[in-house]
Design a protein around this ligand. Sequence first.
Ligand code: FES
Ligand SMILES: [Fe+2]
Length: 432
Amino acid sequence: MDEAEIARLKRLMEWEGERSAPPEGFPSLPDMPAARYTSGEFYELEQAHVFRKSWLFAGHIDEIPEPGCYMRWHNAGDPIVIVHGMDGIVRAFYNTCRHRGAPVVTEDRGKSNRLMCAYHHWTYKTDGTLIGIPQKQDFGPDFDMSCRALLAVRCEMLGNLVFVNFDPDAVPLLEYLGPVAEEWEEFQFDKLRLAARHSFDLKCNWKVAMEANMEVYHVPYIHPETVAPLVDALRNVNTLYPEGHGRMLAPAPRDFDRESVRAIDHPPQWQTIETVGEFGRTATQSYTIFPNWVAPISNYFVPPLLFWPTGLDTCRLELVTMAPDWGDGPAPDLWTVPDETRPNGRDMVPLIHEDTQFGEAIQKSMESAGFQSVPLSYQEARIYHFHQHLDRMIGLGRIPPELRVEQVIGDDWMWPNDPRTAQMEAPREAAE
Ligand code: FES
Ligand SMILES: [Fe+2]
C-alpha cells in the first residue's frame, strides 16, 4: 500500500470516528429476509451456484510438501484429492475412480508416485492420467484409456496456499482476488508455513457464524476484554471490493496499552513478516474473501477462519494459523488451546467462543415466527455487500423475490471508488 493511500485511510479513520450520520449518498440498507438463513431452497441455490463457482481455500503446501504427496479434501461436499504431482505441479481431482466410482485414495494424507484404486486396481499417474487396468483386454479393443483420466477440479496456488474451484470456466484466482491479491503481496504468502488447522462443528447456518466476523459493531459489547482493547470500532473503515470481498481497517484505541492486551496480538516470541506495512503492524486489518474466508492478517500471521456449510442449520468452522518460519519451537496456534476432552484435543480460544456463542440461539430464533428480517447499519455494510454478491452469483432470476436482497450498493461505493474521500476533503477545502 503506498504512502498516499495510507495517509488517505488514516484521515478516513478520523472522519469515520467523527461523522454523525452515514456518509452522504450511502444507500439505506433494506431489511434482509430471515429465510435466507432457514430456507432449504436458498441453501440449495448457494450450494449449486456459490460453492460450485467460487475459489475456495483448500489447504497449504505443507500438507503435501513433496512430489507424490496427496491429501483428501471434502469441506465443500464433493470428495476431492489434492495431489503434489511428480512434476511439482499441485492439482486437484475428484477422488472418484473412472471405473465404478470407488475412491482412488482412502487415507487423509499419503505419498505415492501412483494413485491406485483399491477396488480393481485401476492406476493413475499423479497428473491424473490412467495408465493401468488389470485384464484390460476384457474391456474390448476399442476401449480408450486416454479419455478416462481422473476428472480435474480447478486448482491454483497463492504463494503456499492451495485454492480450488469446481467451475471449469471460473476466472483465474488472481483475477478473482483482484486488488486484494495486490494488497496481500506484503504478507509474503509464499513464505508462510502452516502452523495449525482445526475444525469445530457449529449448530447454525454458515452465514450466521461468518457474519459475527464481518462487522466491528459487536466488538465493544461481546469482546470487552479480548478484541475491544485493540480495536477502535468507531474509527473503523470498511472497504468493499468487487466479487463480494471486503476489508475492515480499524486503528487501535487512542489509549492503547500494549502491555495489557490479551487477544490477538500478544505473541512477542513469534517471528514477524518484515515486509508488512504500517496498517498490518499497528491496526486491525481483516479481509473477507467471498464466499467463506475471514482473516485478520498482521505482521505476525495469516490466520483464516473458514465457514463451511454442512447442512442448512449446521456448519463447520475451520481455524487455521499460518505464520512465518518459527524455527524448531512449538508451532504457533492463534485460535485454539489444548483441551483433551475435545475430539481433536483442542478447544477454541475465548474470543472465538465469544463470536460463536449466539449462533445456535440465533438459528432457532430465525426459524421461529419471532424473527422476520435483518436490518443492517452502515457499519455492517460488508455483510450486505456479501449478500448482494451471493445473489449475483446465484443469478437474481433464480431467487424467489421473497428471498432476494435488493441490489442497493452500487459500483460507486465499490473499490476503487470511495465517495467518502471527497466528503472528507470538502470541509477542509472550504476552510482553506
Ligand atoms: S472402481 Fe476403481 S478400479 Fe474399479
Ligand atoms: Fe468478533
